[in-house]
Design a protein around this ligand. Structure first.
Ligand SMILES: [Zn+2]
Ligand SMILES: [Zn+2]
Ligand SMILES: [Zn+2]
Ligand SMILES: [Zn+2]
Length: 315
């Protein structure tokens, strides 16, 4: 987290260790920056205070930890590297950031390779085509998800799917209060502070299956986005593909149908756009074109705080 009063009058004097005593959602390096920021913060403070009260609901976040899929790692029977190696995905594609061997620094990284949209797994182990049925209940755990997608529990895809499933889960929590997601077919999300998921964006393609029949747009905003990708738009047409050369996800004629659910025949669309910088600096421009129905910050100190901003977009 950065000092919310950064750039006001004087330079920050250190790490922002003072949290706003009322909302707890913003932090400052000093009393003086806190005072200087109050004029701007006063209004949002009330709203944030309400949201933070709901944090305990959110801390119980089923899609944050991938226990079922990675039990061996949790029980320390296996290291991440060997877990990934056994499955042939160590240091490969989207899996590159899943162990300490790590990816090259984001700034020098060749992102085009990652737009290949592949899981690097065989078809039985990954969700490479549209689901066979629509979601019949709210998915509450990895087990629910794996069952719905007909993937065996030992598949490692949970490691990468926790980003899209966190988005899914946040909308489920948020729509408890407001059922607008169900009643409109457009969803605009502001996703704050993406880090390693920038190298795993293909996994977000799963949102086409999770939000069947909807147009989902996600603005990813954060300082980790390289300068030369600022503003870049990415169309994800469906799930990432599997490794099997003869699988239907590979045939070009069916590629447009990949995200269609056999049962309903509805298709979805997913667009992502990248923005370098901090949210409070970029929000003014962004809200013009894409006012968010949901704001989510999966990498923030707090597990996540979706805020269901009352919006006219859907009404
Ligand atoms: Zn400061
Ligand atoms: Zn506050
Ligand atoms: Zn490794
Ligand atoms: Zn496939």
């Amino acid at each position: 987290m950065e000092c919310a009063g950064k750039g006001r009058g004087s330079r920050c004097i250190g790490w922002p260790t003072r949290r706003c005593g009322r909302c707890g959602a913003v932090a400052y390096c000093s009393v003086s920056h806190q005072l200087l920021h109050w004029k701007d913060h006063r209004e949002e403070c009330k709203r944030l205070e309400q949201q933070m009260k709901r944090i305990d609901v959110l801390n119980d976040f089923p899609f944050t930890f991938t226990q079922e899929a990675t039990l061996e790692i949790l029980e320390k029977k296996e290291t991440r590297c060997s877990f990934l190696s056994k499955r042939g995905i160590h240091g490969v594609g989207m899996w590159m950031c899943e162990c300490r061997c790590g990816p090259p620094p984001l700034t020098s990284f060749d992102f085009s390779r990652l737009m290949d949209d592949v899981w690097d797994l065989s078809s039985d182990l990954c969700p490479s085509h549209g689901p066979l049925s629509s979601i019949s209940k709210h998915l509450k755990s990895w087990k629910d998800y794996y069952e719905w997608r007909c993937i065996p529990l030992h598949s490692p895809v949970a490691l990468l799917l926790h980003w899209p499933l966190t988005v899914y889960h946040a909308t489920q929590i948020a729509s408890v209060r407001s059922l607008t997601v169900e009643s409109c077919n457009k969803l605009c999300i502001h996703y704050l502070g993406p880090e390693k998921e920038l190298l795993q964006l293909s996994a977000f393609g799963e949102l086409c299956a999770l939000f069947n029949g909807m147009q989902v747009h996600i603005e990813l905003i954060g300082p980790a986005i390289p300068q030369d990708r600022d503003g870049e738009k990415i169309d994800l047409r469906g799930c990432a593909r599997c490794l099997d050369a003869d699988c239907i996800c590979r045939s070009s004629s069916s590629s447009e149908n990949v995200n269609k659910i056999a049962v309903t025949g509805k298709s979805s669309a997913l667009t992502l756009q990248l923005h370098r910088g901090f949210y409070h600096d970029r929000f003014q421009d962004l809200k013009e074109d894409s006012f968010p129905q949901l704001v989510i910050a999966p990498n923030a100190g707090i597990a996540a705080y979706p805020s269901w901003i009352p919006t006219l977009v859907c009404l």
